[in-house]
Design a protein around this ligand. Structure first.
Ligand code: AMP
Length: 317
């Protein structure tokens, strides 16, 4: 099973939702991604943390069998993000972003990491995403995430990165903002023109849609609902956890054909649905593979419908 290389943020997040709050909790795009993907494949995490990064958090990641050789301990403070959600949990408001050690982070990949085939460019400065990808010798599948922070301030750099990406995984607001299109099919067409042949749009409580470019400018669409949960405590990291399940599954089976990509969207949705059940990474800490398997089956059942066996002639008029 090919391992995955991920770069992104490792953070301490302060998050407020209508149902509670967490202060300085372990978070970050690469953290959520790695923990989620680690259920399916071995992950090598490339990021930087500060001297204040807690030993227990390092041990937790190591305990999930995540390779931390590329996790640099730099002088300074770990990245901080503070955000707030109202009753619309799809809408995160960023209150504060402190890049700290990530501001000067210029990763130099070690030889073993340069040989990786599955690469996830987590939410980070698009220039750094490109620098890292440039060091990977022969990437087989490259997926990428981004957010409003980078779309607003680093648009051209982001377009340069996208030229090298196979799959862009973003949420619907980001897709609209990036393409300045309100219609997602039009947004997908634009993004396909920039490089990625596949766009996966995460739509929070409404599920996920995948838009694939096929020959003659046609787009094929695949969609899943979100898992119906009554209690959602903290949507932070749902997107990265989705990406972790998605890429983790593909690396786990070593394939990225049409049918596997569809399964991967479901695994992404399964993992994200667990993550939002508790604050920070708390739900993923106790999650078992049996629970993942069971929820995957529930997704299948939820979206299954039969052919009509007996069309009535009167219906045709
Ligand atoms: P998500 O909810 O999946 O979109 O991602 C939430 C995670 O992204 C949080 O744990 C944050 O620490 C991290 N994050 C927020 N802003 C940024 C940023 N500008 N660059 C990198 N990571 C960020």
């Amino acid at each position: 099973m090919p391992p995955i290389l991920v770069i992104g943020s490792v953070a301490y997040d302060t998050v407020k939702t209508p149902f509670g709050e967490a202060s300085e909790a372990l978070g970050g795009s690469a953290t959520y991604f790695s923990v989620s993907a680690s259920f399916f494949a071995r992950v090598s995490l490339v990021a930087a943390v500060g001297r204040d990064f807690k030993e227990q958090d390092w041990r937790f990641l190591e305990g999930r069998n995540i390779d931390l050789c590329g996790l640099e301990r730099a002088d300074g403070r770990t990245f901080r993000w503070a955000g707030e959600y109202g009753y619309d949990l799809n809408d995160a408001r960023t209150l504060d972003t402190q890049l700290n050690v990530l501001a000067d982070f210029r990763p130099k990949l070690m030889d073993a990491h340069r040989a990786m085939e599955f690469v996830f460019l987590g939410n980070l400065d698009p220039k750094i995403q490109r620098e890292v990808l440039g060091q990977v010798r022969k990437p087989r599948l490259v997926a990428c995430d981004t957010m409003n922070y980078w779309i607003n301030g680093h648009f051209n750099a982001l377009l340069e990165t996208l030229k090298l990406v196979d799959i862009l995984i973003i949420n619907d607001a980001e897709a609209r903002q990036l393409t300045r299109e309100s219609n997602l099919i039009r947004a997908a067409r634009k993004i396909h023109g920039w490089g990625p042949t596949t766009l996966v749009v995460k739509r929070g409580e409404y599920g996920a849609l995948m838009f694939q470019r096929n020959g003659q400018g046609r787009i094929s669409v695949f969609g899943t609902p979100a898992y119906p949960l009554e209690d959602i405590f903290d949507p932070t990291g749902a997107g990265d956890t989705f990406a972790g399940g998605f890429m983790g599954y593909l690396a786990g089976i070593g394939k990225a054909d049409w049918s596997s990509l569809r399964q991967a969207v479901v695994f992404g949705s399964v993992m994200a649905s667990f993550n939002v059940e508790k604050f920070s990474l708390d739900r993923l800490r106790t999650l078992t593979f049996t629970e993942i398997e069971l929820r995957y089956k529930e997704f299948k059942e939820m979206t299954r419908f039969d052919d009509v066996v007996e069309w009535q002639p009167s219906w045709r008029v």
